[in-house]
Design a protein. Structure first.
Length: 175
């Protein structure tokens, strides 16, 4: 990959491209972890409609970022205030980070992560948290290289009649 990765704020016109990244990202990342029928039933069209609704109605102050390479959206990340529990924690939460499967290990994820961490730090968050499937070894390695470590919290995630364990990882943010 010779084209540089450019990270920018997502706009509503990106919803279709982000949905494509997300659907294909789920199918790749969660193969063998989430029922195959559920992954196969996901559609870019339905996800794009969901993205448009979230984008229009977002009340969480979420920040949506896209990564572009050669003028095409190749990755997406979203973060905002931590959603753990009912009380504000002072931490940010990385809600999502996906790259197109053909863009893995090309710097897309690293660029999105760097921008999300930089912005969250500038916004005054003292830490960033995320939830990752316990058995998603590739994602866990990526997050560990980005400075995240399991903090001891685990919870079950219920999807498509299956329960899969998630672990929470945290990274301190320093200005």
């Amino acid at each position: 990959m010779t084209d540089a990765v450019r990270v920018r704020d997502m706009v509503v016109a990106d919803c279709e491209a982000v949905a494509e990244v997300r659907v294909h990202g789920w199918r790749f990342a969660y193969e063998g972890l989430i029922p195959a029928w559920y992954l196969a039933a996901m559609t870019v069209e339905a996800d794009a409609e969901t993205r448009r609704k979230h984008f229009a109605q977002d009340s969480t102050r979420a920040v949506n970022l896209v990564a572009e390479r050669g003028g095409s959206v190749v990755g997406w990340a979203c973060y905002g205030p931590c959603r753990d529990g009912q009380a504000p924690t002072g931490a940010a939460e990385l809600y999502a980070l996906y790259a197109r499967p053909d863009q893995l290990s090309t710097g897309v994820g690293r660029a999105l992560m760097a921008e999300a961490v930089s912005r969250a730090t500038a916004e005054g968050y003292g830490a960033m948290r995320l939830w990752v499937l316990k058995d998603n070894a590739r994602a866990r390695r990526f997050y560990e290289r980005a400075g995240f470590a399991p903090d001891g919290a685990e919870e079950p995630w219920h999807v498509a009649g299956t329960t899969v364990p998630e672990v929470r990882c945290t990274r301190r943010l320093t200005p």
